[in-house]
Write a protein that binds this ligand. Sequence first.
Ligand code: CA
Ligand code: CA
Length: 452
Amino acid sequence: MSAPSHRRSPSRRLLALAGVAALAAAGLAVVPLTTGAGAAPADLAHSVLPAGDGWAALAAGTSGGQAADSAHTFTVSTRAQLAKALKAGPAGAPRIIQVKGVIDANTDDAGKALGCADYAAGTGYSLSAYLKAYAPATWGRGKVPSGTQEKARAAAQQRQAARVVLAVPSRTTIVGVPGSGAAITGGSLQVKNADNVIVRNLGLTDTRDCFPQWDPTDGSTGNWNSAYDALTVRGSTHVWADHNTFGDGPHPDRTNPSYFGREYQVHDGALDITNASDLVTVEYNRFADHDKTMLIGSSDKDTKLRVTLHHNVFQGIVQRAPLARVGRIHLYDNYYATAPLDGYTHSYSINSRAGAQVVAQNNYWALSGDRKASQLLSGDGTGSVAGSGNLVDGTVTDLVAAYNAAHSSKKIKTTVNWTPELTAGLEPAAGLPAKLGRKAGAGVLTATGGTP
Ligand code: CA
Ligand code: CA
């Protein structure tokens, strides 16, 4: 890895850290000096979000760990190495973590694979006992599970969480080493109350919860709920997720059993952006084989949530691509294929609710014969979807008009209270299927941070 161009003296370093703390206390983005907007990146690990590239480019932009010194520049190929690099002090130090090859998050510190039975061992949890304790015929449907088996389930879940949840601090770049098939399987990267984070060129797949919780009060029929998103952005600002691949990998939902008449869902979100997160750009990712793909906002009372999604591929996705609440959300040049894939059948693509101000522009849908243009949106009647230039099988289509014509109530509003300005790479939709087939997802970026 390249060394920093010069070393700071201790006094300059302390001064710089004090400045960082002051800026952080003021809630401002902390961005190190860079080679300048638009300059060619020296290499993938040190590259920063280009100027104008979506909401994460606002103000000081997003540079992640670009200013990391050599002591905070890591190459990791095991879970233990990754966890150590994420925790290396001092807090707030910029860090670059290069992932080489596949890291299985469900492993112990010696690298031994851990299964659900390993996490449950010693907790007293067993699925059969849990099912017996909370069967609707005996437990009823009026209250969430509590008592011995629920405590045991929570304890087992904690043991898995201690392995698979990986907290990402401020001023961090995590990037897959080109050509290494870099991926984190079974993990949950959590960007929580952090600022200035970059995640690029990584597979983030097969994230699953060994211990779903039964909630009979969730909806009219109850639901099994799971804990882990592959990537969670929570209460965080200036986050850039670029050229990653998300999916359920070897554990598709069709292999989930059903208990109490409901799917035993082991997956949560692929990439959820919630709890007053702001200034997020999600681009050139590939989302495949997943149900609840992307929440923007976790409740109708969430705030901020300025998010840009562009040049992403959504294929074999059931719903929430995204489910948008509250925020000013720009969706441009994304590619959606609605054909069923590995048991995942399309429900809708974009849900605008809780007053969301969505601009959907120049996106492309490949519509399968089982779906209609009126089934691409969803909403609660308070969300907006503006924008033009969207194509369905190559034909310009007014998605909102198609949706509203098919619904007698909860119609989607067509005007928004803002105009997108950070629109790098905005282009007509016609070329997207071919282009994104080559350029989206992990494993495409080269060592210089570009695409072939
Ligand atoms: Ca989630
Ligand atoms: Ca499902």
